[in-house]
Design a protein. Structure first.
Length: 190
């Protein structure tokens, strides 16, 4: 694949039991040059899907939502095998074929496609030679990072009750500083 590495991972659910096993198929793409530019680590000989810059689940390609395969004593294994085979042929292989052409990674630069390790949209645009768009995006990301944010977390207890907590508004200085470093490295005025 040249500069692009493709990853396929079968992930089991952390909620599996003796009676029910769920799993999903994860897809990943790594652009070697962007990895070297954005990572402090060397590219592993056999990268894992979770190290990918672009990450998708087969179910998100198929249903546009997160759905897992399930194995139980009632599962028809022939039907499950056929479904997996079809999903590999109809979704996984076309995904990998389309994105072995780096020009198609432009699809991932929209806000709707942010399933990345970090925000590599800037680096995709830069690598594709779209420097003005990359600079504009970095400025927008920087300005957005300066806005205070809050986080919500909900805990659901075994009795069905839930508690939602919201953090105080804060600025993510790590993001702000990352964008400043990128801007400095590429002589971009924020």
């Amino acid at each position: 694949m040249g500069d692009i590495i493709q990853c396929l991972n079968l992930q089991q659910s952390k909620w599996n039991s003796a009676e029910s096993k769920e799993f999903t198929l994860n897809l990943g793409l790594i652009h070697k040059k962007i990895f070297k530019e954005t990572s402090t680590r060397d590219l592993p000989k056999f990268p894992k899907e979770y190290q990918s810059q672009v990450r998708k689940r087969v179910s998100s390609l198929k249903f546009n939502k997160d759905i897992w395969y399930e194995l139980t004593t009632q599962t028809n294994y022939i039907n499950l095998s056929n479904e997996l085979n079809n999903d590999l042929i109809d979704y996984t292989i076309p995904f990998f074929i389309k994105y072995e052409n780096f020009d198609n990674w432009l699809d991932f630069t929209s806000v709707e496609n942010t399933t990345f390790i970090g925000d590599i949209r800037f680096f995709i645009l830069k690598e594709l030679g779209k420097l003005d768009e990359a600079k504009k995006l970095l400025k927008e990301l920087y300005e957005d990072a300066l806005l205070p944010i809050t986080n919500k977390s909900t805990t659901i207890y075994s009795d069905g009750t839930s508690v939602t907590k919201e953090s105080e508004a804060y600025i993510n200085w790590h993001r702000v500083n990352c964008y400043k470093e990128i801007a400095e490295k590429y002589s971009i005025n924020l």
